[in-house]
Design a protein around this ligand. Structure first.
Ligand SMILES: *Cc1c(COP(=O)(O)O)cnc(C)c1O
Length: 381
């Protein structure tokens, strides 16, 4: 079976983990490997970052940092992963879902303003598939209404919008290093703190509400409980697994982009025939080939294609039951305006195998089978 995903793996990662255990004899957070990962990001992204236990936790930290209170409202797309919403719901927020753009599957920036009320606290754009949202417009709206922008850049490491890395444009950003993402430590994430107001408190919230981080730097002579917080720092073993992938980040990115291009070229013909749609990358965006998806006619055709590919030993998957139609989404949020594209487009979307160790032959095989599926359809007519 051609897997849908294989987690990113490096031999060096094993060496680093062994080093953390046997040489450093230190597995709790903020040791040598966490520091090296942090430094890599800070040098590349020119912003403050903190490694976390997940992207979900990075978003929870963001929610704590902006002091979400019961009744506050947060604007986001409904076509996203649960954590984008749950991080704010945990603090009592009500979610205002707005429709997506058909072309990128990202939040429709022209609909955001209609969802703003005097209780709105933040806008959370999600960069779906590592393709940037229309950030200039979103930042301008946020500024005019005095709102915080938190980028859910879980899928977007290495991708950029107008030459700026995604996750570094809003006040706060979040990356995921879950095993399904381009760079992984199994479970893990990162919060990017681009607004200086949040830097100091970010360290405290991550360390159970204590000033232990300052204590280790020698800035205070004892540490104690100073604020609310939780435990958001990952083990050194996770950081050790991630570090070699950062060291070869460009290489990983170009390999993925090449696989992506091969899918695109191979399936272009079907798009030209009007049978499927391929992903759209706006001129302002450099993406990171986080995923390759196609959009088929409808739910029924997608079900049949998944079945066909499965018979050919290919695992293709779809995702995101739109949050506003889920049980908890209904309880904790409302869709503002019309659901013109969220439900319809999500039912048409199919993700194809995409991971670093995938080979061109794998891509060619998937392309061949998809073309076969549509040929058979044509012949049946
Ligand atoms: C993967 C993902 C998350 C959650 O990441 P974890 O690290 O698993 O918590 C959140 N938002 C989006 C858009 C994601 O794709």
């Amino acid at each position: 079976m051609l897997a849908f995903n294989e987690p990113m793996y490096t031999q060096k990662g094993i060496g680093y983990i062994t080093e953390a255990i046997l040489k450093n004899k230190r597995l709790n957070g903020d040791g040598e490997f966490t520091k090296k990962c942090t430094k890599w990001f800070e040098e590349k992204y020119k912003t403050d970052v903190l490694l976390t236990t997940s992207c979900t936790h990075a978003l929870e930290m963001a929610s704590l940092l902006i002091n979400i209170q019961p009744g506050d409202e947060v604007i986001m797309p409904s076509f996203t992963f649960v954590s984008t919403a749950s991080a704010f719901v945990l603090r009592g927020a009500r979610i205002k879902f707005v429709d997506i753009r058909k072309d990128t599957m990202n939040i429709d920036e022209t609909l955001i303003e209609d969802a703003i009320t005097d209780r709105t606290k933040a806008i959370v754009p999600v960069h779906y598939a590592g393709v940037g949202c229309e950030m200039d417009t979103i930042m301008e709206i946020a500024e005019r209404h005095n709102l915080v922008v938190i980028e859910d850049a879980a899928q977007a490491m290495m991708a950029s919008y107008k030459g700026r890395y995604l996750g570094t444009i809003g006040d706060l950003g979040a990356y995921s290093f879950h095993e399904t993402k381009n760079y992984t430590m199994g479970e893990g994430g990162l919060i990017l703190i681009n607004n200086n107001d949040y830097v100091h408190r970010g360290e405290i919230i991550r360390e159970k509400g204590t000033n232990r981080t300052q204590f280790f730097r020698g800035e205070v002579d004892k540490y104690s409980w100073v604020d609310i917080g939780s435990s958001y720092l990952p083990s050194e073993m996770n950081a050790a697994y991630l570090l070699p992938q950062l060291e070869m980040a460009e290489e990983i990115n170009s390999k993925r982009l090449q696989l992506w291009d091969n899918y695109y070229q191979g399936l272009k013909e079907l798009e030209e025939e009007g049978r499927i749609e391929l992903p759209y990358i706006p001129d302002e965006c450099c993406h990171n080939a986080h995923m390759f998806y196609i959009k088929v006619k409808d739910l029924d055709e997608r079900t049949k294609l998944i079945q066909y590919l499965s018979e050919c030993d290919i695992k293709a998957v779809f995702h995101y039951v739109p949050l506003h139609s889920s049980k908890a989404g209904k309880q904790n949020g409302d869709f503002v305006g019309n659901d013109k594209y969220t439900t319809r487009e999500s039912e048409r979307l199919l993700r194809l195998p995409m991971f670093y160790s995938l080979e061109n032959e794998g891509v060619e095989y998937v392309v061949e089978k998809i073309i076969e599926f549509y040929l058979a359809k044509r012949n049946r007519r």
